[in-house]
Design a protein around this ligand. Structure first.
Ligand code: AMP
Length: 657
């Protein structure tokens, strides 16, 4: 087969597999095979870039970020919907329709709480996608929409022009995962999936949008040149036949049936991957729709029924405090299990002390619960008349319920935060921060590795990293012997980062990189800093009173003292001086081979890195020196082949001095 035909075949196979996976939810090809074929296509495209077509699965994430979005005028306006809030209003709507039309058939479907977009195809090819904007003009988000795998890039029918309208959303499971990640990274979580989807679709860099795993449900045919349809059902069937994921709908005849279906959908709403903020009732016949017509903003032939937030009473069994990954204490009520908007609720957030005080919530109280934004249950009010005798006001604890360390109030006064340097609730975040590039810069020890180390009980504090063995690391998933060795070397090398980075790595509140630098320069050693009084700390430029208090509190806590003594035991540099000792090897890569006598490999690597160099496992043209010990083998040969200077152990030791 020539390369052109092979590329076409690969595109067709991969697009079909993608359709089965993302639209039909019925995968027919395993991920491994898919990736193999995709790689083959990428290779061919790299060799023949002139043959890359816009429908290639490789083109879903465009190359460069945009400066801004351009405006797009919608050929068919994206109308809004008239809201109704009660079964009676649904009946009134049906009455209006029945008065104007002889017989009416309706369709009822979930209202997806996302962002409306129009997708335009020319001759069967996806050419443009735009947000709703004000309904007449929106923003061109084509590149971001390409990243949504359930949007087909080509259609089987090559109509000159076809426009469909759908609702882009972030699946609920993706939303929860994203928010956990954001919390780990210290970023504010999104309030709900809708905000998360909106934030993602408005990213100027499609690569970021691609990571957000957005999805779409198409609910309307805006325009199909050369085609005619009689009903909504026909248009939706046609849209589905073209490879889109559509919103399921039901055809019904009477107001009574409409209300029953609305209730049924409301009870099912947890089962959908998207948030549902209502049910949409539409007249099904397209000619009937034109008889009824539209107002300036909304069609008169459709309504959106908005479900009232369901409210239920339940009894408060307990008030417990959770410690989040950033150390924030969040109080929650534990309530007698109660069904609420389709799920069983057993607890609800109380936000903070102010919220508890304002509502005066006590253990034993009967409270009214509702789901805010349909997701998170919250307390609306307390039924004071049902309060049992002796119920006492609740106060949040002064010590962290997980680790017992002191709790401080945030600068802005709202949140309470645990100060424990070894608090298990914050361990993952603390470890990831500790190892991060600007802190101790431990290569290969990212969030996934840290998670495994915690789960296996191998690491309880950042200091434990320094006591890990190669064998322990090699047993982790996706690690292997070689990366375990590299990790041990990287951990050992990080001992020499110096006080400035260490102070930042410890995660003391308000001590960022800048304060780390200032404090290291001022005190020169950790021990000198540990002696400083709050007044002395406050007197330093760039260290305010609040920061000084946080630092002093941190230094005084038994957990911090334990952490520091273990770091010292591990041999972590606690001085400012050693850190600046070397720019000597800056930009130089060393390869160690054979058996060294004076140092272990880890020590030698640490010494190189402390001087700004890098220790690598393989010889290349970029290697500066190979240090060859006893019985050096293939690396030494390679060095000689490439003409890389080779040092004996003695020469290397002399260089260090
Ligand atoms: P609103 O934004 O409250 O005026 O509600 C109207 C919006 O609901 C429309 O602009 C659509 O974006 C959205 N929507 C979600 N699901 C549907 C659906 N099944 N049918 C029509 N509109 C829908």
């Amino acid at each position: 087969m020539d390369y052109k035909s092979e590329m076409k075949t690969l595109r067709d196979i991969l697009n079909e597999a993608g359709y089965r996976y993302y639209v039909l939810d019925d995968p027919t090809m395993d991920d491994y095979r898919y990736d193999q074929l995709l790689r083959r296509l990428e290779e061919l495209e790299a060799a023949h870039p002139e043959e890359i077509t816009p429908d290639s699965p490789t083109q879903r994430v465009g190359g460069t970020a945009l400066e801004s979005f351009t405006q797009v005028e919608h050929s068919v306006p994206l109308e809004s919907l008239q809201d109704v809030f009660s079964p009676e209003e649904v009946e009134e709507f049906a009455q209006r329709m029945e008065e104007a039309l002889e017989t009416v058939r309706y369709s009822v479907e979930p209202k997806v709480d996302g962002l409306s977009v129009a997708l335009e195809y020319r001759d069967g090819l996806f050419v443009q996608g735009a947000t709703r904007g004000d309904g007449r003009t929106g923003e061109d988000v084509t590149e971001n929409l390409r990243t949504i795998k359930s949007i087909p890039m080509t259609l089987p029918d090559k109509l000159p022009r076809l426009i469909v309208r759908g609702e882009v959303f972030m699946p609920k499971n993706v939303f929860h995962k994203l928010n956990r990640q954001r919390e780990d990274n210290g970023e504010p979580p999104f309030a709900n999936p809708r905000n998360a989807a909106a934030g993602s679709l408005r990213q100027l860099d499609p690569k970021i949008c691609a990571k957000r795993l957005l999805d779409i449900r198409v609910f309307n045919l805006q325009l199909a040149e050369g085609k005619t349809f009689a009903t909504h059902t026909e248009t939706i069937c046609y849209i589905a036949s073209q490879g889109f994921q559509t919103i399921p709908h039901k055809e019904l005849n009477t107001a009574e049936e409409l209300n029953a279906e609305i209730t049924r959908l409301g009870e099912k709403r947890d089962e959908f991957p998207f948030d549902m903020d209502g049910a949409v009732v539409k007249v099904n016949s397209l000619s009937d729709r034109s008889v009824i017509g539209s107002t300036a903003k909304c069609p008169r032939w459709a309504i959106a029924y908005k479900y009232p937030p369901e409210r239920r009473p339940s009894r408060v069994l307990d008030i417990v405090v959770q410690v989040g990954r950033t150390g924030v204490l969040t109080p929650k009520v534990v309530v007698e299990p109660v069904r609420l908007a389709g799920t069983t609720v057993t607890n609800a957030t109380l936000h903070n002390q102010d919220f508890i005080d304002e509502k005066d919530i006590r253990v034993g109280d009967t409270v009214v619960l509702q789901k805010a934004g349909e997701i998170i249950p919250e307390v609306v009010e307390v039924c004071k008349e049902l309060r049992p005798e002796g119920a006492r006001p609740y106060r949040l604890p002064d010590a962290c319920p997980v680790c017992g360390a002191a709790v401080v109030r945030d600068e802005d006064g709202a949140a309470l935060r645990c100060t424990g340097a070894e608090c298990p609730a914050q361990l993952h975040r603390n470890l990831t921060h500790f190892a991060s590039r600007d802190a101790m810069d431990i290569d290969g020890m990212g969030p996934a590795v840290m998670r495994q180390l915690i789960d296996k009980g191998l690491v309880r504090t950042p200091a434990d990293l320094y006591f890990l063995t190669e064998n322990q690391l090699a047993e982790l998933e996706r690690m292997g012997k070689k990366s375990a060795r590299n990790a041990v070397e990287a951990i050992a090398a990080s001992k020499e980062r110096g006080l400035e980075r260490l102070l930042y790595a410890l995660g003391i509140r308000q001590v960022g990189q800048k304060a780390g630098k200032t404090l290291a320069a001022q005190f020169g050693s950790f021990d000198a800093l540990a002696q400083a009084t709050e007044e002395e700390l406050t007197a330093i430029d760039d260290v305010g009173g609040i920061t000084a208090a946080y630092i002093r509190k941190w230094l005084d806590s038994p957990q911090s003292r334990h952490l520091i003594s273990r770091l010292k035991e591990a041999g972590v540099c606690m001085d400012a001086a050693r850190q600046s000792a070397g720019e000597q090897f800056k930009g130089m890569t060393f390869v160690l081979t054979g058996a060294l006598e004076k140092f272990t490999r880890d020590e030698a690597a640490a010494l190189i890195e402390a001087r700004g160099g890098k220790a690598s496992g393989s010889v290349s043209k970029k290697t500066a020196y190979v240090v060859a010990g006893e019985n050096a083998g293939s690396k030494l040969r390679k060095a000689n082949e490439l003409g890389i200077p080779v040092l004996t152990e003695e020469e290397f030791a002399a260089m260090l001095e």
